[in-house]
Design a protein around this ligand. Structure first.
Ligand SMILES: Nc1ncnc2c1ncn2[C@@H]1O[C@H](COP(=O)(O)OP(=O)(O)OP(=O)(O)O)[C@@H](O)[C@H]1O
Length: 297
C-alpha cells in the first residue's frame, strides 16, 4: 500500500502540489492524468522519494519514503528525462545496476531486450530519446521492484513497443503483484490498464475514481420518447448530462440500472439504447458535476 497523506510541495513561493491524498493498493495500476504543469512529475518524484514535501508525507507499507534507502530500493523510477552517464556503454550501465540492486536480473534484461532491441555496445550519448526511455524501462523492470513509477513512459515510444510495454506491465502486476503508478496526458492511453485514476489540475486533485465502477455506473443512452418530455426529463434523478438532437435525447447517467430504465419508460421512452462512452467523456461529464455546473437547462 502506498499512502500519500496531505502532501503539499512548494518551489519557492510557488505551490506545485496542495492537499494531495491518494491510497494505492498493492498489485494495482494507478494512473496520474493532467495537463502540462499540473504537477504529475513533482508528485511522482515525491512518491519515488526524490523530493521532500513542505507538508504531509508518503508512506510505503507504513514507512516514510523520503530519505529512506531501504524503501527507495524497492522502487523503480522511470523519469521523463533520464540521466545516465553519457560516455558509458549500455552493457556497462547494466553491470552498474547489477552491482547496486541485489534483485537485478540480467536474464530479465536480456528477455526485455528481445522486445526493446538496443545494441548493448552503444554509448548512452548515441541513443535517441526513445531509446533512452527503452533503456530506463528495461533497467527499472530488471531490478524487479515492488513499486514502479513511470513518468509518461509511452511518450517517444512507437506504437508496437508501446503495446509491448503495456503488456509487460500488466503481466508483472499479475505475476508478482507489482504496484505501478503511471502518468500521462491522455486518459485514453491509460484507460485499458489502470485500476484507478487521479486527475490533477494546477497542483490539486480534480477527480479520483475506480475505473471499473465508473464503467459500470456511467453510461450514455440514446432515447426516443413519445410526446414532449422536456420538463419531465430534467426532473429525473441520476442524469448528469442531457443533449437533444432533433427528436432524440442523449442522456448521460452516473447510476445506470433498472430503476433508471423504469423511470425513463414511465415518462414515455419508446427506444433506449446504450451507445457507449469513452472514459475521457466520463471525466468531462463527472467533473462538470463536481464543479457544480450540473446540467445546462
Ligand atoms: N524545480 C522546480 N522549480 C520551480 N518550479 C518547478 C520545479 N519543478 C516543477 N516546477 C513547477 O511546478 C509545476 C508542476 O510541474 P510538473 O513538472 O510537476 O508538472 P507536469 O504535470 O509533470 O507537467 P508536464 O506534463 O509538462 O511534464 C509547474 O508549474 C512547474 O513550472
Amino acid at each position: 500500500m502506498i499512502e500519500v497523506l496531505d502532501v503539499r510541495k512548494d518551489f519557492g513561493d510557488f505551490t506545485a502540489l496542495d492537499d494531495i491524498n491518494i491510497r494505492i493498493k498493492k498489485g494495482t495500476i494507478h494512473g496520474i492524468i493532467g495537463e502540462n504543469g499540473a504537477g504529475k512529475t513533482t508528485l511522482l518524484q515525491i512518491l519515488a522519494g526524490i523530493y521532500d514535501t513542505k507538508e504531509g508525507k508518503v508512506l510505503v507499507e507504513g514507512e516514510e519514503v523520503y530519505d529512506n534507502n531501504k524503501v527507495k530500493h524497492k522502487i523503480g523510477y522511470v523519469g521523463d528525462r533520464n540521466q545516465y552517464f553519457k560516455d558509458y556503454k549500455i552493457r556497462e550501465i547494466v553491470e552498474f545496476y547489477s552491482g547496486i540492486y541485489e534483485n537485478f536480473s540480467k536474464t530479465d534484461f536480456q528477455i526485455y531486450n528481445k522486445i526493446f532491441r538496443l545494441n548493448l555496445d552503444k554509448k548512452i550519448k548515441q541513443l535517441s530519446k526513445g531509446m533512452q526511455m527503452r533503456l530506463s524501462l528495461m533497467l527499472n523492470l530488471s531490478i524487479r521492484p515492488e513499486i514502479l513509477i513511470l513518468d509518461e513512459p509511452t511518450s517517444g515510444l512507437d506504437a508496437i513497443v508501446k503495446k509491448d510495454l503495456l503488456d509487460i506491465l500488466i503481466d508483472q502486476v499479475h505475476e508478482r503483484e507489482l504496484t505501478i503508478v503511471i502518468s500521462s496526458h491522455h486518459i485514453s492511453e491509460l484507460e485499458k490498464i489502470c485500476d484507478e485514476i487521479t486527475i490533477l489540475n494546477k497542483g490539486k486533485i480534480k477527480y479520483q475514481s475506480n475505473i471499473d465502477e465508473i464503467k459500470e455506473n456511467v453510461k450514455k443512452l440514446q432515447v426516443v420518447f413519445e410526446g414532449d418530455v422536456e420538463k419531465e426529463i430534467h426532473q429525473l434523478e441520476n442524469i448528469i448530462d442531457i443533449e437533444k438532437i432533433g427528436s432524440v435525447y442523449y442522456l448521460v447517467t452516473d447510476n445506470y440500472g433498472e430503476v433508471l430504465i423504469a423511470d425513463l419508460k414511465e415518462i414515455g421512452a419508446q427506444l433506449i439504447e446504450n451507445i457507449g462512452i469513452t472514459l475521457e467523456e466520463v471525466f468531462v461529464y463527472t467533473s462538470k458535476i463536481k464543479e457544480g455546473s450540473g446540467i445546462d437547462e
